[in-house]
Design a protein around this ligand. Structure first.
Ligand code: NDP
Ligand code: GDR
Length: 370
């Protein structure tokens, strides 16, 4: 028999409760969190987010949404919290009483996870369990719908392509392994306690809001800065890795759709196309009119400007990973069929938008400095 919830709040029936539209987002300060918050506010939700206390400002991506409650009562509220702090999660849940909970919070950098493996396991793996248990602790397991930010990194070593909901997992990093635990604990709580809990297995998605150390943003920023004479060369790791890259805005819409189905299920969101890092580099430089050609310098591959012969891209082995995911290519058929989801932005548009945004940002910075 399922263990009863230790705390019973005086709640209406699940049907009555879900007439409200209240979302709680962990990881709201991140790329996806900011787009999801925008989407849900547009849809009339009251949106609550969990933010970490930081000595420096960490809500840049949310600035345009934030209105001081003293100035004007509004539907957007932030709460201090952390996925490593169970008591705090229980407290936030009991206070917010969400109808939908999106668990996007994570140490999300694959390379960093090799350096911070235990922390990554704690936040990305056990953090998910803490949230699920917090839901049960306050007796919301039949009231709240739970979205878990699962990832194509679960597939890791290539077993088959394209990768779908039925492809076996073989993670290749502490991040992937932590997310594997999270994936299965979501499935387990769904089956054990009848919770509406779903995994969105999302392939890489990017945007001008992407963190600066992920490869696409690192490239788009470097192209802008090289074009404006602020940087000489771009140093990268594995140029041959292939990714299925989409736009974050399209993917947060998929997250919401996953929680609107009559029954909880897991879905892959992907574009169905794959591109090597090298191609991203070529397309990004093309936006500023530079044609990149490749040659082997004797030690390693380098990219040079076909017109001037100037070397603009070099390989630095410090960016290699102890174990790499060589090829990701997703099959979004299930999401397209059951959710009616389809990505809108294609690869070329994504690269163009990111480089253009970084050019604009870099130019503004120069103007501010003058
Ligand atoms: P980001 O790295 O941009 O954002 C991560 C968020 O998690 C930030 O808000 C961060 O807060 C927060 N966070 C980190 N550690 C903790 C913690 N201990 N407690 C609470 N919050 C924490 O990631 P994305 O927006 O790109 O991704 C969102 C989620 O989706 C992540 O779980 C990621 O692993 C997953 N994912 C992402 C994909 C992608 O291509 N973007 C693909 C598949 C899955 P802070 O700002 O303070 O650092
Ligand atoms: P990934 O994204 O590991 O796929 O995880 P990232 O952009 O970091 O790497 C993509 C590929 O590019 C190669 N690469 C480099 N990567 C980085 N960061 N920096 C470099 O200089 C560089 N040079 C080459 C990498 O080796 C890799 O093969 C992202 C994250 O958002 C995860 O949270 C998410 O789960 C997955 O996408 C799906």
């Amino acid at each position: 028999m399922a263990t009863p919830s230790p705390i019973k709040l005086n709640l209406p029936s699940p049907e009555e409760y879900r007439k409200r539209k209240v979302a709680l987002i962990s990881g709201i300060t991140g790329q996806d969190g900011s787009y999801l918050a925008e989407l849900l506010l547009e849809k009339g939700y009251e949106v609550h987010g969990i933010i970490r206390r930081s000595s420096s400002f960490n809500t840049n991506r949310l600035q345009h949404l934030y209105v001081d409650q003293h100035e004007r009562p509004n539907k957007f509220k932030l709460h201090y919290g952390d996925l490593s702090d169970s008591t705090n999660l229980v407290y936030i849940l009991a206070q917010v009483l969400p109808t939908e909970l999106y668990n996007l919070g994570a140490q999300s950098h694959v390379k960093v996870s090799f350096e911070m493996a235990e922390y990554t396991a704690d936040v990305d793996g056990i953090g998910t369990l803490r949230l699920l248990d917090a839901i049960r602790t306050v007796g919301l397991e039949k009231h709240v719908r739970f979205y878990q930010a699962s990832t194509s990194e679960l597939y890791g070593k290539v077993v088959e392509t394209p990768q779908s909901e039925t492809t076996p997992f073989y993670p290749r990093s502490p991040y992937g392994v932590a997310k594997l635990y999270a994936y299965w604990i979501v499935v387990n709580y769904r089956e054990a306690y009848g919770m509406y809990a779903c995994n969105g297995i999302l392939f890489n998605h990017e945007s001008p809001r992407r963190g600066r150390t992920f490869v696409t943003r690192k490239i788009s920023r470097a192209v802008a800065d090289i074009h404006l004479g602020k940087q000489h060369c771009l140093y990268l790791g594995n140029l041959g890795a292939q990714r299925d890259w989409g736009h974050a805005k399209d993917y947060v819409e998929g997250m919401w759709l996953i929680l609107q189905q009559s029954a909880p299920e897991d879905f892959v969101l992907a574009t169905g196309e794959t591109h090597p890092v090298r191609e991203y580099v070529e397309k990004a430089f093309a936006v500023v009119g530079i044609t990149i050609k490749w040659r082997n310098s004797g030690i390693q591959e380098e990219g040079y400007d076909a017109k001037t012969d100037r070397v603009l891209v070099k390989v630095d082995s410090q960016y290699f990973r102890p174990a790499e995911v060589d090829l990701l290519l997703g099959d979004p058929t299930k999401a397209e069929r059951l959710l009616g989801w389809k990505r809108r932005v294609n690869f070329d548009q994504l690269v163009h938008e990111m480089v253009t945004a970084d050019l604009q940002a870099s130019r503004s910075l120069i103007e501010d400095q003058n």
